[in-house]
Design a protein around this ligand. Structure first.
Ligand code: PLP
Ligand code: COI
Length: 340
C-alpha cells in the first residue's frame, strides 16, 4: 500500500475515507460472510428501515500505534458487547462478538499506514455500525441489516485539546425515562443536535443534560460521561439508567481504585456541583476533557481547578489511561488487543 498523505501534526476529529472498510449483511435470518471493501459508499433502498424509522446503532473505539510500531486496540470486546445490547433494544440481529472483533482486526490490519504515529498523539478512530437495509413502511423491524466498520485518523475531539471547556445546562432533554439513553443508537444523537447548535451559538463548547424526569440530576453530554472529583480526592460518577455506560469511565474507575483512590457511582444532584474540586468529560473520542465552568442561565459554577489546565486528580488518571493505551504503562489483563 502506498504511504498516505496526511499532515499528522494538524489532525482534528473529522472524517476522511481511508483504504479499506468491513461489510457484512444479514439476510434470511442469518449473517453472511463479511469482508473488506474499498468502496466507502452505501446504496440503500428508499424505504430502508434505517432511513424511515432510525433502526441504527453504532460504536466508537480507537487503534493506537506504539513507539515500537506495535498496533493495538483498547478493549474492543467491551464495544462488541455494548453493541449487542444496543441492537437488542432496537430489535436488530446482534453482530456476534467474534464477527465484531474480526472486523476490527481486519480493518486495522489493512489500514496500518493510516494510524497516526506515536508522537502525533492521534489515533485511528473506528466506527462500527449496524443499520436496517430492508424496506419497511408499516412501523416494524426490518428483515435485513448491514454491519459496517470504517476507520478515520483523528486528533483531539475538542479543538483546544485538554484545555478546560465551558459548558451550559441544556433546556432540552436527550433521552426519555425508560427510553434509549443507555444504548448507543443514532437516534439519541439526532435528539441532541438542536441543543448542540444552540449551545455553540451561545458560545459554549458542550451541553450538560439533566435527568429528563425531574431535571435535578446530572446525566451526561451529547458524547461523553461526566467525572467529578471531591475536595477529598474521591472520584464520583453519575449513576443513571438513561446515560451510556462508558467504557472509558469504567476503565478510569478501575484505574482510580488501583491507585488507591475512593470511587463512588451515585446520582449526582445539579445543586451539589459547586462542592466538587474538579469536573471532566470522558469517552473514547474525548479521552478526558476538563470542564472549568458550567453555566445555567447566567448562574455560573466554577470548579476550583480553574480554566487554565486540567486539575491534578484528573491529570493523574489521564496520564495513566493514555499510558496504558500508548504502551508506556502496564495494562490490566485483557485491555489491550494487539493487531498482527
Ligand atoms: N456518552 C455518550 C453519549 C457517548 O456518545 C460516549 C461515546 O462513546 C460516551 C458517553 C463515552 O463512552 P465510551 O467511553 O465507551 O466511548
Ligand atoms: C465516542 O467517543 O466514540 C463517541 O461515539 C462520541 C461521539 C460523539 C464522537
Amino acid at each position: 500500500m502506498a504511504k498516505v498523505d496526511v499532515d499528522w501534526s494538524s489532525l482534528t476529529f473529522s472524517y476522511r475515507p481511508i483504504s479499506q472498510r468491513y461489510v457484512a449483511n444479514f439476510k434470511d435470518g442469518k449473517w453472511g460472510k463479511g469482508g473488506l471493501t474499498d468502496d466507502p459508499t452505501v446504496t440503500l433502498n428508499e424505504c430502508a428501515g434505517t432511513l424511515q424509522y432510525c433502526q441504527e446503532v453504532f460504536e466508537g473505539l480507537k487503534a493506537y500505534k506504539w513507539q515500537d510500531g506495535t498496533v493495538v486496540t483498547f478493549r474492543p470486546d467491551q464495544n462488541a458487547k455494548r453493541m449487542i445490547d444496543s441492537a437488542k433494544r432496537l430489535v436488530m440481529p446482534p453482530v456476534p462478538e467474534e464477527m465484531f472483533l474480526e472486523a476490527v482486526d481486519q480493518v486495522v490490519a489493512a489500514n496500518k499506514d493510516w494510524i497516526p504515529p506515536y508522537e502525533s498523539g492521534g489515533a485511528l478512530y473506528l466506527r462500527p455500525y449496524l443499520f436496517a437495509t430492508g424496506p419497511v413502511i408499516g412501523v416494524k423491524p426490518s428483515d435485513e441489516y448491514q454491519f459496517r466498520l470504517f476507520g478515520t485518523p483523528v486528533g483531539s475531539y475538542f479543538k483546544n485539546g485538554i484545555k478546560p471547556i465551558t459548558i451550559c445546562v441544556s433546556d432540552f432533554d436527550r433521552a426519555a425515562p425508560r427510553g434509549t439513553g443507555h444504548i448507543k443508537a443514532g437516534l439519541n444523537y439526532a435528539m441532541s443536535l438542536h441543543a448542540y447548535i444552540v449551545a455553540h451559538q451561545n458560545g459554549f463548547d458542550e451541553n450538560m443534560f439533566l435527568d429528563p424526569a425531574t431535571r435535578t440530576y446530572v446525566e451526561e453530554t451529547g458524547g461523553a460521561n461526566f467525572l467529578f472529583v471531591t475536595k477529598d480526592g474521591e472520584l464520583v460518577t453519575p449513576k443513571s439508567d438513561s446515560i451510556l455506560p462508558s467504557i472509558t469511565r469504567r476503565s478510569l474507575i478501575d484505574i482510580a481504585q488501583s491507585m488507591g483512590m475512593k470511587t463512588t457511582q451515585r446520582p449526582v444532584k445539579f445543586s451539589e456541583l459547586g462542592d466538587f474540586a474538579e469536573c471532566g468529560l470522558c469517552g473514547t473520542a474525548a479521552v478526558i476533557c476538563p470542564v472549568g465552568k458550567v453555566v445555567n442561565h447566567g448562574e455560573e459554577i466554577c470548579f476550583a481547578s480553574g480554566m487554565k489546565e486540567m486539575g491534578p486528580v484528573l491529570t493523574k488518571l489521564y496520564n495513566k489511561l493514555r499510558g496504558i493505551q500508548m504502551g508506556t504503562e502496564e495494562a490490566p489483563e485483557g485491555w489491550i488487543r494487539v493487531i498482527k
